[in-house]
Ligand binder design. Structure first.
Ligand SMILES: [Zn+2]
Length: 239
């Protein structure tokens, strides 16, 4: 064996030891225990966003059992619903000549245009029937102003109209939120980012969320969230 090869084997061995050390440390680290000042926010796990819905997120329904299990660890749970008027400004069908997934300019900025989805009172907008979180205390509906979208559960897309969620959580003594659901790169990310802006600690549970991924939007969402101090965790980190 020449010395170069021997050196690279040594390097690989060292990397292996680091990797094992990392995994070992994770196994031994105490799990995150949500307390009375923590809340789980279950974002938009609705029929519209799963297979068979009007705006299906790939694998969207796979988050249901993960979230049901996770929710058992939380005393405080908030569930959100995307809840649009018919003819909503976020629908491509409301803009002549526009197709879903194109963009347009609305008064508050660039808006991605979606297929008609989550219309108020429709079966499509109902929470997925297998979501089983009986202790959930608040269902917050968003995107109900006809001319304004709201990915975030805290703040509408104009950046100034509050949904009231921040005030509710503060009144309840919540300091930390864990966010999961659909979709990672839109409503989950915007909710987590706005949670940070509102002064909460925030984490997104990656394996309890699924993304749409338009032009690299999942990677961008994680970069933005990391920069804003949102922790990226897995459901197994909680216990
Ligand atoms: Zn929507």
């Amino acid at each position: 064996m020449d010395s170069t090869r021997r050196e690279s084997l040594k390097v690989f061995a060292a990397l292996g030891a680091i990797a094992l050390g990392g995994a070992g440390m994770r196994a031994w680290a105490a799990p995150l225990k949500p307390g009375a000042d923590s809340a789980l926010i279950v974002v938009d796990v609705q029929n519209c966003f799963v297979t068979g819905g009007t705006l299906p997120v790939k694998g969207g329904e796979e988050v249901v059992p993960v979230i049901n299990n996770l929710a058992k660890l939380f005393e405080n749970v908030v569930v959100t619903q995307d809840w649009h008027t018919p003819g909503h400004a976020s629908f491509a069908s409301s803009h002549t000549g526009k197709k879903p997934f194109e963009t347009t300019k609305l008064r508050y900025g660039t808006q991605v245009l979606w297929p008609d989805h989550c219309v108020q009172g429709s079966q499509d907008a109902a929470v997925h029937r297998d979501i089983a979180i009986p202790q959930a205390q608040l269902i917050i509906r968003k995107g109900f102003h006809k001319d304004t979208d709201s990915y975030s559960a805290f703040m509408e897309a104009d950046g100034k109209t509050s949904t009231g969620l921040g005030a509710y959580l503060k009144a309840r003594g919540i300091k930390e939120v864990y966010v999961a659901g659909l979709a990672t790169d839109f409503c989950v990310a915007w909710t987590a980012l706005d949670a940070r802006k509102a002064g909460f600690k925030a984490a997104v549970i990656e394996d309890a969320s699924r993304g749409i991924d338009l032009n690299g939007s999942v990677a961008k969402a994680w970069a933005d969230m990391t920069k804003a101090g949102v922790r990226r965790i897995q459901s197994t980190d909680l216990g």
